[in-house]
Design a protein around this ligand. Sequence first.
Ligand code: TYD
Length: 203
Amino acid sequence: MFITLEGSEGAGKSTLIKSLKKYFLETNLDFVFTKEPGGTKEGEELRKILLDKNIELDPLSETFLLLADRIEHVRKIINPALESNKNVLSDRYLDSTYAYQGAGRKIKKDELDKLIKPLKFPEPDLTIYLDLPVEEGLKRAKGRDRLDRFETEEIDFFERIRDSYLKLAEENPYRIFTIDSANGESEVFKLAKDCIEKKLNGS
Ligand code: TYD
């Protein structure tokens, strides 16, 4: 089973992942927790460039770096795990590219499709999207450490990203399960865990 987790800044992905890791460690399920960008050793180097706010990147260069990271990630981590029947949970994946580079950086969807489709990345079986109003998410994110190259963007950028995620969720109701982050940590965890278990049980 291939599960991805999506959300914009400050939506609570890291907290949710911590709880899911702890929970699934206690069950006998074989779960691989991973992330983008930077899920591999090679990807960690690409991530440094992508998040460095002193580096200016053209949106297309940014996209190519993210896709290079994904190629490494899929070939070295995701595909081998899925082939040996493990469950994979990736913190961000394909939808991030359509939301951030598509809506955020304004690269047209058909241009992104032309770059992405030939790469034949595996489709997630389930995507959990944590939704939160932009202002609130940014407030949470800004309370953390130094801001990275994405977090220093204007509010409009994040509004476009949230709209894009909501649209993706509407267009893919069987794959994307939306959770309102305003529910609070324990309720978000319960909703996500129940949804994952239901999927694992084949319903
Ligand atoms: P990270 O520190 O992992 O942030 P978060 O906790 O928000 O996941 O930084 C990853 C950043 O990379 C995040 O701001 C979103 C961005 N990103 C894209 O723009 N496109 C992508 O395809 C992916 C995978 C990530």
